[in-house]
Design a protein around this ligand. Structure first.
Ligand SMILES: Nc1ncnc2c1ncn2[C@@H]1O[C@H](COP(=O)(O)OP(=O)(O)O)[C@@H](O)[C@H]1O
Ligand SMILES: [Mg+2]
Length: 310
């Protein structure tokens, strides 16, 4: 698959702060790539460098084969952008907003068709200041699509939206992918990345701390799968002795880490053979959120300890 975005050793300094600190990643055409990280991680800085809106300090960046800073004019014809906290003229209607962008890009995009694509046709004659947060973001998406872009850059398109509005933005993002476009999505919502993205990079303090498909990240950084039963604490001791596994008891539940999912059968047999009362079992594995919280937490704990030492 051709590469839409290629980033090597990208660095951006604001004075003494390395907001982006030597990152590498690439995005394949036609995929959804999610850049996931807490506030201040460096997402917007990276995104705006890729869009040709900020100048990098160091490193190599190619978007559709172009250098975003030096070939900005050529690039802007081929990408669509919704900036973080997208805003527009308050008194302009959705239709007029699309017409305005159409004139900017010299295209003949049809406002009704574009607004239908983002499920906003019913608001075609509504003024910007009367739209809800979700509707404003959808208008932003429609504007980003005016020039029929190959890549859409969406910087936290769902932050602050209610669950219903977020879901309808997700539907539009899925549509973008279905139409063959590449989507570069920043978010701090874990489940959003897990649901939509083919590939995820987790960024914190300007560094990528994990990357891959959500499944790969969970396998690389998550804890092993666990089986949990309702049982007295003695069962944990019994299982640890009999199987040599890591078993823990907590609040009337006993959990066992499985080295391999096929061990589940052995563990259940041992539980039954224990003669202890047990009930309702379930299995659990780490979500992307569990992994994210732990990785970011470890990095921040490390930074705090270093600060305390210096
Ligand atoms: N124009 C700027 N000048 C100085 N510092 C900036 C500027 N833009 C961002 N920063 C700092 O760089 C870091 C990364 O910011 P940003 O890229 O906006 O993160 P995110 O989008 O992940 O929240 C933050 O510490 C932020 O305060
Ligand atoms: Mg940001």
């Amino acid at each position: 698959m051709p590469t839409a975005i290629e980033v090597r050793g990208l660095t951006k300094r604001y004075g003494a702060l390395a907001a982006v600190d030597g990152i590498d990643f690439s995005v394949e055409s036609g995929t959804v790539f999610s850049f996931l990280g807490p506030n201040g991680a460096g997402k917007t800085t990276t995104t705006e460098i890729l869009e040709g809106l900020r100048r990098r300090t160091d490193g190599d960046v190619r978007v559709l084969g172009l250098d975003p800073w030096n070939d900005g004019a050529a690039l802007h014809r081929r990408i669509g952008v919704i900036p973080q906290d997208f805003r527009f003229f308050e008194k302009i209607t959705a239709r007029e907003a699309v017409e305005y962008y159409r004139a900017l890009f010299h295209t003949n995009a049809d406002p009704a068709r574009l607004l239908a694509q983002v499920e906003l046709l019913d608001k075609i004659d509504a003024r910007f200041d009367t739209l809800s947060g979700g509707q404003k973001q959808k208008l932003g998406l429609a504007l980003a699509l005016t020039n029929d872009p190959e890549i859409c850059f969406l910087d936290e398109p769902t932050t602050g939206l209610d669950p219903h509005a977020r879901r309808s933005i997700w539907a539009v993002i899925r549509d973008l992918k279905r139409s063959g476009r590449t989507v570069f999505l920043t978010t701090h919502y874990l489940e959003e990345a897990e649901l939509l993205a083919d590939h995820v990079a987790i960024i914190n303090h300007g560094r990528i701390i994990a990357a891959g498909t959500p499944g790969e990240i969970i396998r690389a950084h998550g804890r092993p799968e666990r089986i949990t039963v309702e049982a007295p604490a003695e069962l944990a001791t019994y299982l640890a002795q009999r199987l040599g596994v890591a078993a823990t008891a907590d609040g009337g539940h006993v959990s066992v880490e499985l080295g391999d999912k096929r061990d589940a059968l052995k563990v259940l047999q041992a539980i039954d053979a224990s003669g202890l009362p047990w009930d309702s079992f379930e299995t659990a594995h780490d979500t992307l959120e569990d992994v994210f919280v732990r990785l970011v937490g470890q990095m921040d704990d490390g930074a705090l300890k270093q600060e305390a030492r210096s």
